[in-house]
Write a protein that binds this ligand. Structure first.
Ligand SMILES: Nc1ncnc2c1ncn2[C@@H]1O[C@H](COP(=O)(O)OP(=O)(O)OP(=O)(O)O)[C@@H](O)[C@H]1O
Ligand SMILES: [Mg+2]
Length: 225
């Protein structure tokens, strides 16, 4: 199926083997180029599961997920790893940096799935580091365990865009931040998405994020049978 949508979901059903009451059903959902969407829903409703379906970490029981008009079910596992790392940036709740790697190597993690020259990505990492006030010495530190929360945020943003993805999936990236940090994190993320023409899909339970997005969806109303 060819489509102008960046992401398109059709007649999707998903449930876990060991969970009777939990089920996601999405008949029709799409995200277009340059869109920024926020999906709000309470804890346990299925937000992270939904993002994992979009990036192909888990497969639907029925229905289809298309990213850039490609049906994720048509990929072999290694093709999916490559496709994901080239097209989808992910920002995890708590940022998920590996402490024992340098900040630079944390940023470069998604690049190991592509067969492009790593040096190009290093230049991009240092360039964005400079833009976001993280100098080369900091990026080259031997590990990432002593970074401040603000530094971790910015490393996580750079990691999500290092491969020039078409879309960023952000899973409650602001949940551990206070009001001011939350605002500056979102402003930074929006600026980069605008400058790099990257779409954004964020999921959260935080109603305060509502007025930052034009496009807000309640998980309950759209994703449940
Ligand atoms: N790997 C798994 N195996 C089985 N059940 C799971 C698994 N991961 C999540 N679940 C279940 O799926 C449901 C949705 O979980 P999910 O993590 O998607 O919710 P969420 O909306 O992201 O919650 P939160 O806001 O707390 O992060 C929950 O009932 C959870 O117990
Ligand atoms: Mg979650």
């Amino acid at each position: 199926m060819k489509s102008k949508n960046l992401i398109e979901i059709k007649n999707l059903e998903f449930y876990w083997n060991n969970q009777d009451e939990f089920k996601i059903q999405i008949n029709d959902f799409s995200i277009q180029t340059n869109e920024k969407k926020l999906i709000l829903g309470k804890s346990g409703i299925g937000k992270s599961t939904f993002l994992n379906l979009i990036c192909g970490m888990i497969s639907p029981r029925a229905g289809d997920v298309y990213v850039l008009s490609q049906n994720l079910s048509s990929f072999k596992a290694w093709e999916l790893d490559k496709f994901r790392s080239e097209n989808i940036g992910v920002i995890f709740q708590e940022f998920n940096l590996l402490d024992h790697l340098s900040p630079l190597n944390n940023i470069l993690l998604p690049c190991y799935f592509t067969n492009k020259d790593l040096n190009r990505f290093k230049d991009r990492a240092f360039l964005f580091g400079k833009k976001l006030n993280l100098n080369n010495d900091l990026l080259n530190k031997s590990n990432s365990k002593d970074l401040s929360v603000g530094q971790k945020q910015r490393i996580a943003i750079i990691r999500s865009i290092i491969n020039k993805p078409k879309i960023i999936l952000a899973d409650e990236p602001t949940s551990s931040l206070d009001f001011d940090n939350k605002n500056s994190f979102l402003d930074l993320l929006f600026d980069i998405c605008n400058a790099e023409k990257i779409s954004l899909l964020m999921v959260s339970h935080d109603l305060n994020l509502k007025n930052k997005f034009k496009d807000v969806i309640a998980f309950e109303s759209f994703f449940r049978p």
